[in-house]
Design a protein around this ligand. Structure first.
Ligand code: TYD
Length: 213
């Protein structure tokens, strides 16, 4: 009889500064996984559910207290886990999420300066189920120097509330991501994303290989 744990899908999150290229890689990864015959759910945070998308519109456009911002991020996440992530993993699907809790540590913690302990409490509240904590099986951190991400952003569409923040905010976000990657080296893989798409894809394919076992 197969071990029920083996039937569970895999949960992969993509993180990084705005402009680090995660959306491009997300689409490519989803295609690769589908080519292997897997059912893939592509989703994003904040968002991923009808309620979460409403919260996203508020979060990206309205100014608010930093704790309100953190609470709304985690409220959207609670809904996302309940409605999308947990059911998909139970069905055996693979879930690719454009951002998850590491973004809260990076943006609300590093960027805005919200106390780490408060984020730890929220993480536990939203992700713990008895003794077990829902965590991504792997987190891909697309890392680029700040100048690269800012140049990519300057090229595009209208910026949201986070993207409009000053350079030192983004510097703190990047540093918080890197610190978290060091602290969770098994789960979070830092990918130097200031390279050609092909070079990054080769690395991504290698990183994902152990998840198929
Ligand atoms: P993203 O979807 O990457 O933006 P875009 O669609 O422009 O590529 O993320 C939206 C913004 O939300 C991003 O600037 C980071 C921010 N964010 C947080 O501050 N905390 C969080 O917990 C999450 C999930 C996102």
């Amino acid at each position: 009889m197969p071990n029920p744990n083996d039937m569970r899908g895999r949960f992969i999150t993509l993180e990084g500064l705005d402009g680090a290229g995660k959306s491009t890689h997300l689409n490519w990864l989803a295609e690769c996984l589908r080519e292997r015959g897997l059912n893939v759910v592509v989703t994003r945070e904040p968002g991923g559910t009808p309620l979460g998308e409403k919260l996203r519109a508020l979060l990206l456009n309205e100014s608010m207290h930093l704790e309100t911002e953190a609470l709304l991020m985690f409220a959207a996440r609670r809904e996302h886990i309940a409605q999308v992530i947990a059911p998909a993993l139970e069905r055996g699907d693979w879930v690719l999420s454009d951002r998850f809790t590491d973004a809260s540590f990076a943006y609300q913690g590093g960027g805005r300066g919200l106390a780490w302990e408060k984020l730890v409490v929220l993480e536990r509240w939203v992700q713990a189920d008895g003794e077990t904590m829902l965590q991504p099986d792997m987190t891909l951190l697309f890392d680029v120097p700040l100048a690269v991400s800012q140049a990519r952003l300057a090229n595009g569409r209208e910026l949201d509330r986070f993207e409009r923040e000053a350079t030192d905010f983004h510097q703190r976000v990047r540093q918080a991501y890197l610190d978290r990657a060091t602290a969770s080296a098994g789960r979070i893989k830092r990918i130097d994303s200031d390279r050609s798409l092909d070079a990054i894809r080769i690395e991504l394919a290698e990183l994902l290989e152990p998840l198929f076992l």
